[in-house]
Design a protein around this ligand. Sequence first.
Ligand SMILES: Cc1cc2nc3c(=O)[nH]c(=O)nc-3n(C[C@H](O)[C@H](O)[C@H](O)COP(=O)(O)OP(=O)(O)OC[C@H]3O[C@@H](n4cnc5c(N)ncnc54)[C@H](O)[C@@H]3O)c2cc1C
Length: 397
Amino acid sequence: MSSATPVHADVLDRVTAFLAAHDPASTGRGEFLRARFDAGLAWVNYPEGLGGLGAPGTAQAVVDGAFAAAGAPTNEPDRIGIGLGMAAPTILAFGTDEQKQRYLRPLWTGEEVWCQLFSEPGAGSDLAALGTRAVREGDTWIVNGQKVWTSMAHEARWGILVTRTDPDVPKHKGMTYFICDMHAPGVEVRPLRQITGEAEFNEVFLVDVQLPDALRLGDVGDGWRVATTTLMSERVAIGGQSLPREGGIIGVLTALWRERPELRTSGLHSAVLQAWVEAEVARIAGERLRQQLAAGAPGPEGSAAKLAFASLNQSVSGLALELLGEEALTYEDWTLRRPISADFTGRSPGYSYLRAKGNSIEGGTSEILRTIVAERVLGMPPEIRVDKDVAWRDLPR
Ligand SMILES: Cc1cc2nc3c(=O)[nH]c(=O)nc-3n(C[C@H](O)[C@H](O)[C@H](O)COP(=O)(O)OP(=O)(O)OC[C@H]3O[C@@H](n4cnc5c(N)ncnc54)[C@H](O)[C@@H]3O)c2cc1C
């Protein structure tokens, strides 16, 4: 590991000094997190003044490890995944200085939750087919349309929103990207119940919603380019987390295997071993991807990590149910809850199995991601498409 580099040592010194001045045991959580942001120790690869130090991304693990060891409060990343993983990199890349100053700090501290208003009933994989209209009236945009599958919209203060602003030009050219005020009049969030029984996502109706032009992210008509930045970050956010060995869904299976020896059969033994090896390979490949990312922006390789994440979550959660046998037929609770975070592993094996079904759809379907990996990573000949448009979640060539 490179934790002994001079940069890492310097960053670690800053953490030590910060902790000396802000005792986690006696400093309030919000105050602690805001001060950590202001000290540049939030996302250390971000610029100074915006929660970072302009340090290499590899220093983040060093910082997070030191804060965790000191018992410092976290910003509950599972709760604010869309903000951290998608909205923040997009604001950083396309936001004005005022937007960066206004939104990044409460996003990182978790004081403001974000959601992603991309998918529509008629536009999923082919995002560029979206129909939500934004029409300019002076310094205000009037937005009308419907979004769907919007995770955590019921918790969100802000949304990242893609709209159609010019229906008369080719579809990829007539889109504009906004920050949507989820508290604005005309924004209605309705729960959508999932196979788990919960309503983690929603449909969002936008009726004459007025958004000031100051909430536009990027140029008018440049929404597709802004959205691809979000989407590239999304795949890494979903599939590229740093995990310890046996972290993630494989840990649920191995815990069952160890704690319930009476469930074991010889046939399942080899299946569990096989799953362990595949999970470990994916984990190490993810580690390499993160090191590449620390040196630059996410590329198409993130699609492979997201693909592996989805397929492993589904096969391993299925194996856990096989291990449980009849017990797997019971389910914890069908109450319609409104969760505050997506939890793929912290619940019962039955919940994990059902929740994993969505993993091959959310953040780009596995079919779309396979095409991206084939064409952009492996360099295979492009798929023949009926029209010349690239599909949603594909990347501009
Ligand atoms: C749990 C969960 C959370 C989600 N959260 C959000 C969110 O917060 N915000 C948001 O905007 N969206 C969210 N989504 C929506 C998600 O991004 C879309 O469901 C996804 O992009 C697919 O779009 P679709 O459902 O319209 O399916 P479609 O695009 O209609 O696809 C239907 C099927 O056709 C296949 N297909 C489509 N085009 C091609 C092609 N070119 N080549 C090969 N196969 C193809 C797909 O792979 C799929 O199997 C979420 C989805 C889930 C399941």
